[in-house]
Design a protein around this ligand. Structure first.
Ligand code: ADP
Ligand code: ADP
Ligand code: MG
Length: 652
């Protein structure tokens, strides 16, 4: 076993690898960009090396700097994680040329599977069923279009260098072929610098089922059963599970045998995944599956396999890369229970899954696994970390394992509902809705399910009055204050000088909400809301929420309702503008009064000074007018108290 390894990645996968390295007594070296100087993977590793500015092209994709960092720290091997350089055979050559070990397959294996068209030709030769289609070299439009007609519509155009669902177009009708082709080529050129494509039969009621394989340098190859990743959005995985729902012994046998055959055909060593597309239109049939591609690396969703097989695949990677034999033979690898993984992303599901950024002011995962299940939270961030625009916006993976599919799915829903993330828009409510979807729950999945149910899966019910009231209470700052000894004053009396009611403004989306929060002598609170909530609620304080200056998020199930709390000082002018009165923006002491009742004042003229929060705030006239009423010097006021009232005729 190695004494020290370097992890050429960031985020959750870097943390994941460090975790196993530590377990095995292997020292770990992290690499980081400018944006990641304070990142969790840097903190967790035994050592860390700065490799460049934030953009990936200047840091995490700089193979030369990564190799130099490994040499400088005395690391013997490099683990690439997934993404970045993990499937780059030139990087593997660089690593081995420097006398280091690449924790993954050989450059030759990666090259063999790197391009989808060549991989398909190779698999055809090896006797693995491949999706019917054209994967030749010639790329003339006329030829591709005629191939598409031969294959039969609908077809799928795919970038041969593709990955992450990019450069793909489904085409329903020959008339749309050339436009779809130029779209796919444009995208492929931009993402991969290679605009060559293949054309495939678009499989009906497609299910994505993949097989985890593992090889060692002695020529042994085993499989660790299948994962179902059919819950996809734009060809990207959303929730993965193992085993595949409804899997039959015949299909499993055929798929796992084909997967092992595929890996053996390229002398594969290390962790790999053979992705198959399955036609589920007639149920799962042993002759209705086809090879799509091989991912020659550890997959994002590997934890579900670890859960159902009781293995640590990163440990296997390290053992195999250091020259050991596979830890288990095929017959020793057994399936137990059911596992799900949900990928939590910073994205706005309601706005077409727009990627989001932000600071994770609040990040709380369930402390314990839901009843009867086990759970793993894989994350690379902690409270206070930023989701920057430089990298993949995945925040965490929630992984659960239960005795059966229903138990595991229930646990997934529970874990998502107990997860609290605020500071960025996240997809937890969408994931929870998917986990609760009737078809998904029945195991009736295919890659179109999310699209078909998108409306229902992304709809967020408006916040209830209770939720708004809880937000108002938190925003008012009234919580945690000793109950007042003043006699209970009714809401109607709030505007008077001795009111104990706080006036709080909130914004939810486009809606401005005014709330009046009163402390009751018994320690409870009364919150009155204006339209459209129009209600008065009696609350106890404690609720699942997160707040920081200018913001409150209230959690309800898996939904986080986020409210902006406009700065009372900035708002004071706005509140008063056009109204007859100026109110105290916060509790304080009227320190100095510079205008008198009956006096004509002009816009901008200082009227009084309020001392609050150890600072003086000048309250000035917001318009020309005559003072009808003004607070007295030395008066203690609460926020919302009327300090100045203009005479009615003053409006002009
Ligand atoms: P998986 O099946 O493991 O989800 P994906 O192809 O979706 O495989 O990619 C896995 C991870 O690698 C994702 O986080 C994705 O953002 C990242 N990734 C994929 N392709 C690239 C690429 N070309 N460059 C950088 N990161 C990539
Ligand atoms: P990538 O490298 O982007 O992951 P894949 O070839 O693995 O590309 O395809 C991504 C996804 O697109 C698959 O998981 C599947 O949902 C869908 N897909 C791919 N090929 C087909 C096909 N022939 N018919 C139907 N769906 C397909
Ligand atoms: Mg794929």
């Amino acid at each position: 076993m190695f004494a020290k390894i370097l992890i050429a990645n960031r985020g959750e996968i870097a943390c994941r690898v460090i975790h196993t390295a530590r377990k095995l007594g292997v020292r770990s070296v992290a690499v980081y960009s400018d944006a990641d100087a304070g990142a969790l993977h840097v903190e967790k590793a035994d050592e860390a090396v700065h490799i460049g500015p934030s953009p990936v092209g200047e840091s995490y994709l700089r193979g030369d700097r990564i190799v130099a960092a490994a040499l400088a720290t005395g690391a013997e091997a490099i683990h690439p994680g997934y993404g970045f350089l993990s499937e780059n055979p030139d990087f593997v050559d660089q690593v081995t040329a420097a006398g280091l070990v690449f924790i993954g397959p050989s450059a030759a294996s990666i090259r063999a599977m790197g391009l989808k068209d060549a991989a398909k030709r190779l698999m055809e030769k090896a006797g693995v069923p491949v999706v019917p289609g054209y994967h030749g070299e010639a790329q003339e439009i006329v030829l591709l279009a005629s191939k598409a007609r031969e294959i039969g519509y609908p077809v799928l155009i795919k970038a041969r260098a593709g990955g992450g669902g990019k450069g793909m177009r489904r085409v329903e009708h020959p008339d749309d072929f050339s436009e779809a082709l130029s779209g796919a080529r444009r995208e492929a050129k931009a993402a991969f610098g290679d605009d060559r494509v293949l054309v495939e039969k678009y499989v009906e009621k497609p299910r994505h089922i993949e097989v985890q394989v593992f090889g060692d340098i002695f020529g042994n190859v085993v499989h660790l059963y299948e994962r179902d990743c059919s819950a996809q959005r734009r060809h990207q995985k959303v929730i993965e599970e193992a085993p595949a729902p409804g899997m039959t012994p015949a299909l499993r046998k055929a798929m796992t045998e084909a997967a092992v055959k595929a890996a053996k055909a390229i002398n594969y060593s290390g962790a790999g995944t053979i992705e198959f597309i399955v036609d589920a239109s007639q149920g799962l049939k042993a002759d209705r599956f086809w090879f799509m591609e091989m991912n020659t690396r550890l997959q994002v969703e590997h934890p579900v396999t670890e859960m159902v097989t009781g293995t640590d695949l990163v440990e296997w990677q390290l053992r195999v890369a250091s020259g050991e034999k596979l830890p288990k033979t095929q017959s020793e690898i057994t399936l137990s229970g059911h596992a799900f993984e949900a990928r939590i992303y910073a994205e706005d599901a309601a706005k077409g899954f727009l990627p989001a950024t932000g600071t994770l002011h609040h990040l709380k995962f369930p402390d314990t696994a839901p009843e009867g299940a086990s759970m793993r939270i894989e994350t690379g961030v902690r409270t206070g970390d930023a989701i920057s625009p430089f990298y993949d916006p995945m925040i965490a993976k929630v992984v659960v394992h239960g005795k059966g599919r229903q138990a595991a799915l229930g646990a997934l829903g529970a874990a998502l509902s107990q997860t609290e993330i605020a500071g960025s828009t996240v997809n937890t409510a969408f994931l929870a809705a998917l986990a609760a979807d009737a078809d998904f729950s029945a195991g009736d999945v295919d890659t179109g399910l999310i699209d078909r149910h998108q409306q229902a899966l992304t709809a967020v019910p408006p916040p209830s009055s209770e939720i708004v009231a809880a937000a108002a209470l938190a925003a008012s700052g009234a919580e945690g204050q000793a109950p007042t000894r003043d006699p209970w004053s009714s809401l109607a009396g709030y505007a008077h000088f001795h009111a104990i009611t706080r006036r709080t403004r909130l914004r939810y989306g486009e809606d401005d909400i005014l709330a009046l929060v009163s402390m009751r002598p018994d320690g409870r609170f009364q919150v009155a809301l204006d339209a459209p909530y129009d209600s008065a609620l009696d609350l106890r304080a404690a609720r699942r929420l997160a707040s920081w200056p200018g913001h409150v998020t209230v959690f309800s199930g898996a939904v986080g309702y986020s409210f902006a709390v406009p700065d009372p000082l900035a708002k004071a002018d706005e509140i008063a503008a056009g109204a007859d009165s100026l109110r105290a923006p916060m509790p304080g002491l009227v320190k100095l009064v510079r205008a008198a009742k009956g006096e004509a004042v002009i816009k901008g003229q200082p009227l009084l000074i309020l001392e609050a929060m150890k600072m003086e705030h000048t309250i000035s006239a917001t318009h020309d007018g005559t003072i009808a009423e003004i607070a007295t010097e030395g008066a203690q006021v609460t926020d919302g108290t009327v300090l100045v009232r203009f005479a009615e005729e003053a409006h002009s």
